[in-house]
Write a protein that binds this ligand. Structure first.
Ligand SMILES: [Zn+2]
Length: 535
């Protein structure tokens, strides 16, 4: 056993602290540099010295890369893909302790002198000595470290199964890393003649409600989508308000109806999605003037379990039609009282209809030039670009105004679930039994991981062409944002998430439960893989 670098809880703790010290906030230099550091670590293992081509870095986007490390047993085809992301969220909320956010041991020590500023449950956890604090400890560098430990052990003990470690950037923003990795997984499958048996992620356990300390394994991952709207009114001067209709006025009706809308909530297997909520509602006018704002936009967040983009667009459209008619009635009422003619009726159209209209009117080249001009603004993110493309097209097609244009803004995480899969049932049973037997740890199954994960991009199920609705209503589709739906459909194997217990992901009190991370979960996952080998 002493041939292992990472075979003890102490060694895993040390490796975790080192990996956390490699800062890797999404869209920073650190994120770009991170994977070659993991590569160097894995390169130290005898197996990868003998099989250098099994350890590879691949391009994602914007100079970012993802890493694959394949342990291939000569007689095995069955392969488990071990998935993790190595980017983390920002650290401003650490305030004057920000420099220590990436030094878990030091930060944990320092926090003992800062008890006053900490919530009661955090103080208790800190005093218990059971937790290690720091950015990325929980979400999710421990998952990566655990996978590194597993692959080392598999190579040394020559497990008769294949393990493919995959670690990617950008999970916290658009999942560009995972989307780039999907076609590569198909390539590696061909090249090494692999059969993918299981996609195993190592995201940490997220509490189901505040104060929840249960340990969960997840047989699926919740989906997330952003139905969004561009509101195009009619401009006027503040002195003549009824000669136009403002975009904020129109927007207010849709936002009223979208926020907490029960028709966009799903309950599946006793689990319920959080209600939809507005993520942003804003005026597209860039500075103050006495001209009324006639262009606005809103982004809504919707979670999914069984629905796909097509179904969400259908519901969104119904809600929008309803909102527009309420808006029109209220507006007509005012016009009647004030003896003025209305400027028109607010209509609802999907982005694809606007695009077709614009192409018919101006031709494809003109429309492509508009898109390219928007994309040239590198300071705008994908959401801003989505809205600006629709906005610029509407400026050219004002005969359609006043209108609400419905579209999707990135990212989209399709929901995924394998609860009915026989292998997943066995794995969940195994972890439940062994958790109790070995560690007196009660393990519960959750059907949809509630923290959003890269599992959304494998095992894609879509009987029809549900994703074409997404593609044709996403203004930035193809330039900057792509989901590899076709390749995702080919990656058919069940999904499972087993990771360490932690708390407060994305908060300055992010912390990892050490016994769970360094002892319990690695043993349970190793046992689970061996159970799969024996079956
Ligand atoms: Zn995560």
């Amino acid at each position: 056993m002493n041939q292992l670098n990472w075979g003890t809880p102490e060694a895993l703790r040390e490796l975790l602290c080192e990996v956390v010290s490699w800062r890797s906030m999404t869209l920073t230099e650190g994120e770009r540099n991170f994977p070659s550091k993991v590569e160097a670590k894995l390169r130290g293992l005898g197996y990868f010295q003998e099989n250098p081509t099994h350890l590879l870095l691949h391009d994602a986007d914007q100079g970012r890369r993802f890493l694959t490390a394949l342990y291939k047993h000569p007689n095995a085809k069955e392969t488990i893909v071990l998935i993790s992301h190595f980017d983390t969220v920002n650290t401003e909320e650490y305030g004057d302790l920000e420099d220590f956010a990436y030094q878990p041991e030091e930060l944990t020590n320092l926090l003992h002198e800062r008890l006053d500023g900490l919530p009661e449950d955090v103080v208790q956890d800190l005093k218990s000595g059971e937790y290690l604090f720091g950015r990325g400890t929980m979400d999710m560098k421990m998952g990566l470290v655990m996978h590194m430990g597993l692959i080392e052990k598999a190579t040394v003990e020559q497990w008769p199964i294949n393990l493919l470690l995959l670690t990617v950037p950008d999970e916290e923003v658009n999942s560009a890393g995972m989307c780039a990795a999907v076609p590569k997984l198909l390539e590696l499958k061909e090249k090494h003649d692999l059969t993918y048996k299981l996609f195993l992620n190592g995201e940490p356990v997220f509490s189901q409600e505040p104060g929840d300390e249960n340990y969960y394994v997840y047989s699926g991952s919740i989906g997330k989508i952003m139905p969004s709207a561009l509101f195009y009114g009619k401009e006027t001067h503040v002195g003549e308000p009824l000669s136009g209709i403002t975009a904020p006025y129109i927007a207010s009706f849709l936002t009223q109806k979208m926020e907490w809308n029960l028709s966009l909530q799903e309950t599946v297997r006793g689990e319920t999605t959080p209600l939809p909520v507005t993520l942003q509602q804003k005026d597209l006018k860039l500075e103050y003037s006495a001209q009324t704002p006639y262009r606005a936009a809103a982004l809504y967040n919707v979670f999914l379990m069984e629905r796909n983009a097509e179904e969400i667009m259908d519901i969104f459209e119904k809600v929008a039609v309803n909102a527009a008619s309420t808006c029109n009635r209220a507006y007509m009422e005012v016009c009647k009282e004030q003896y003025v003619d209305p400027v028109g009726e607010v209509s609802v159209l999907r982005y694809e209809a606007l695009l077709t209209h614009a192409i018919n009117k101006f031709g494809t080249d003109f429309v492509e030039a508009i898109k390219a001009a928007v994309h040239a603004n590198s300071e705008w993110d994908d959401r801003e670009k989505s809205l600006r493309i629709a906005d610029t097209l509407m400026i050219q097609c004002q005969e359609l105004a006043p209108a609400i244009v419905l579209l999707f803004a990135p990212p989209y995480y399709p929901a995924v679930n394998s609860s009915n899969d026989e292998l997943i049932t066995q794995c969940v049973e195994y972890v439940k039994e062994q958790g109790l037997a070995k560690f007196n740890l009660p393990v519960q199954q959750v059907h949809y991981f509630n923290g959003i994960s890269d599992l959304s991009y494998v095992n894609y199920q879509d009987d029809g062409e549900g994703w074409t609705v997404f593609k044709s209503n996403t203004p930035v589709w193809g330039s900057g944002y792509i989901i590899p739906f076709d390749a995702m459909k080919e990656l058919q194997a069940p999904v499972l998430n087993v990771g360490p217990l932690g708390k407060d992901a994305h908060k300055r009190t992010e912390r990892l439960h050490m016994k769970s991370a360094f002892e319990e979960v690695p043993i349970l996952v190793e046992g689970m893989i061996k159970m799969m080998i024996n079956n």
